[in-house]
Design a protein around this ligand. Structure first.
Ligand SMILES: Cc1cc2nc3c(=O)[nH]c(=O)nc-3n(C[C@H](O)[C@H](O)[C@H](O)COP(=O)(O)OP(=O)(O)OC[C@H]3O[C@@H](n4cnc5c(N)ncnc54)[C@H](O)[C@@H]3O)c2cc1C
Length: 293
């Protein structure tokens, strides 16, 4: 199919982009990498009257370390981040990005586009949640910063208003004593996952100071839990992963509420989530213990 007719604008400044979007009165869409939006248009699942292409907007292409965070502008491609040495500051991006679709898609798709699109099966929203990322949103009323915990509000629904642009995201850089884990299961590499987990453990003086478990593909939005007590209790055991399993099975019943489909029942997804969560929390714990605090 072909898209329904739409108007197309390609502003050169952020002020103009915001003004163009506001002028559409809710009938406009931001075009970033187009890897999700263009298929939506082609299948006529969406019929925006105007596309505001932000790719020529000056100042949105920055990728830089700033104030203990990696700041990624709205037009920075996923593949650029994946290949950048600056991204080493956020190890979870290096673990997760190779699983975001295929390399060709990542060459066009943007990090901010993935966050703004908020597909419940997407990897990067869960990474943002696990790390407590800060998202910069700009609109006619100025710029505001939204915490990842408040950003994802449902399937394909975020705190970005119809007249606003996600201009950048800040991922906190890894600190001393931090370890991370990531895993997903998809039927084929590049497909959206049946279930996936993102983990972060921080240790101080050999003890677990903080542990976080986030999941994707398991609900209508990425989900997250503070699991410090669970990991602390398992940390002293010879086999940390096995010791974590009863706890992750309980968490799976709570965190995995997506219904079953042709690819896997709800019960299967819960078992999968529990196994991946225990494995990746144990891995993050081991890495945190090995990392100098
Ligand atoms: C075959 C296929 C497989 C895929 N597999 C995966 C996968 O496994 N995991 C995964 O995470 N993704 C996957 N994707 C999606 C891909 O990663 C997209 O790149 C990403 O979801 C959207 O990024 P984009 O820059 O292309 O955004 P676009 O397609 O340009 O936009 C997507 C949506 O976000 C909005 N938007 C984009 N940028 C902004 C902004 N700065 N401010 C406000 N709104 C904005 C747009 O208006 C639109 O509604 C897949 C896509 C395809 C076609």
């Amino acid at each position: 199919m072909k898209p329904a007719p739409f108007a197309y604008v390609r502003p050169a400044t952020l002020d103009d982009a915001v003004a163009e979007l506001a002028a559409t009165d809710g009938d406009g869409k931001v075009l970033a990498g187009g890897q999700s939006l263009v298929p939506v248009l082609a299948m006529r699942l969406g019929r925006p009257g105007t596309l505001v292409d932000i790719n020529a907007v000056a100042g949105l292409d920055g990728l830089e370390r700033r104030d203990g965070a990696l700041r990624i502008g709205a037009t920075v491609r996923q593949r650029h981040v994946e290949r950048s040495s600056a991204a080493a500051a956020v190890p979870l991006l290096g673990l997760a990005l190779p699983f975001v679709g295929h390399r060709e898609l990542r060459s066009r798709g943007t990090v901010c586009g993935s966050l703004a699109h908020a597909d419940p099966g997407a990897e990067l929203p869960a990474v943002a949640l696990c790390l407590g990322a800060a998202l910069e949103v700009t609109g006619p009323r100025g710029r505001r910063t939204v915490r990842a915990a408040d950003f994802f509000q449902g399937a394909m629904t975020t705190a970005v208003g119809p007249d606003e642009i996600l201009t950048a995201v800040q991922f906190p850089a890894a600190g001393p004593g931090e370890g991370f884990g990531f895993a997903e299961l998809a039927r084929r590499h590049g497909d959206f996952a049946l279930a996936g987990v993102v983990t972060r453990v921080r240790s101080r003086d050999g003890a677990v100071a903080e542990a976080v478990l986030s999941g994707f593909g398991v609900s209508d939005r990425p989900v997250t839990r503070d699991v410090t007590e669970l990991v602390r209790a398992a940390a002293g055991e010879a086999d940390v992963e096995t010791a974590l399993r009863p706890g992750t099975e309980e968490l799976a019943r709570e965190m995995v509420d997506t219904a079953g489909d042709a690819h896997g029942s709800q019960g299967y997804r819960r078992r999968l989530f529990a196994v991946l969560a225990a494995r990746e929390l144990a891995r993050a714990h081991r890495r945190a213990t090995e990392s100098p605090s």
